[in-house]
Design a binder for this molecule. Structure first.
Ligand code: SAM
Length: 277
């Protein structure tokens, strides 16, 4: 099939610009398209990522290439539910607590349901962030959430700032993955964690044929029908294809700071590493 503009022989700057255009074009329909292209499965993968992260109240997360906030919203829900569970456990043992202590716990929980956790969504694309903010407003997320325009290769954050760094379906769109990893470890606190979700190759030959058919024949058509944009969805399919198979993909993440552990399911690689000790 024809090679899409993102992969023609172009300079890094041009490629970055083309990728910017793709996400600028898809931003408004991004969430609807994600559901229809993956039949909703991306939701399960993102849930798994946040369960793997298992953040405790007080965690500071940066979600890079965070787009319209899917990981951030899940993170906030998760932390809130941990806080609620902690409070319930405390109350279950209320025989040992005075009424003052019980009411203090309630008030603390009410005034700070996230236990000081925060998530920063960082993305290079203004339109994706705009769509994310609109969605956050619509879904009622505001506490503990902020949106920052920034490039994964040159993050606008101080050193040693975050407990966790996530990047979901973003790394394959970054022009210089090596720089993005360097930046990830710079902004992570010592002992912080790096978690990445990305598509890779389907190893089962039969499934791979089916996936080829689906991705080349169906996804651009869905893109055209739902979002009026064939080319951008062709780029998304091709960018997945150009991403290395699972084992070499895992080696991409190996650095001095990170000995990755990888989970693989079907077409997905999930990488999890601890940053500097
Ligand atoms: N993480 C979100 C999700 O899982 O739904 C969005 C993933 S979307 C496929 C890829 C995102 O990567 C887009 O929002 C795009 O703007 C962003 N992106 C691409 N290159 C980037 C870069 N160099 N730095 C930060 N974000 C980037």
């Amino acid at each position: 099939p024809e090679t899409h503009f993102g992969f023609q022989n172009v300079s890094e700057a041009e490629r970055r610009e083309k990728i910017y255009q793709v996400f600028e074009n898809v931003a408004e329909k991004y969430d609807v398209m994600n559901d229809s292209m993956s039949l909703g499965i991306h939701r399960v993968w993102k849930d798994i990522l946040v369960h793997k992260m298992n953040p405790s109240p007080g965690t500071l997360l940066v979600d890079v290439a965070g787009g319209t906030g899917d990981i951030a919203f899940r993170f906030l829900n998760y932390v809130r539910s941990v806080r609620e569970r902690q409070l319930q456990q405390k109350l279950r043992h209320h025989q040992n607590l005075s009424w003052q202590e019980i009411s203090k716990s309630y008030q603390e929980e009410k005034s700070n349901p996230l236990g000081d956790s925060q998530v920063v969504v960082c993305d290079i694309n203004k339109e994706m962030l705009k769509a994310g903010k609109k969605r956050a407003q619509h879904l009622g997320y505001s506490e503990g959430l902020s949106w920052v325009l920034g490039n994964a290769e040159e993050l606008p954050f101080d050193d040693d700032k975050f407990d966790v760094y996530t990047i979901a379906f973003g790394i394959r769109n970054v022009t210089r993955i090596d720089l993005a990893l360097q930046e990830a470890y710079r902004v992570l606190k010592p002992g912080g964690r790096f978690l990445c979700l990305e598509f890779s190759h389907v190893s089962n030959p039969l499934l791979s044929r089916l996936y080829d058919l689906y991705s080349f024949q169906v996804i651009p058509v869905l893109g055209e029908v739902i979002a009026g944009d064939w080319k951008s969805y062709q780029y998304l399919v091709e960018s997945i294809r150009r991403f290395p198979p699972q084992e070499p993909a895992m080696r991409l993440f190996e650095t001095r700071q990170c000995k990755p552990s990888m989970s693989r399911t079907f077409q997905l690689v999930a990488v999890c590493c601890s940053a500097r000790p």
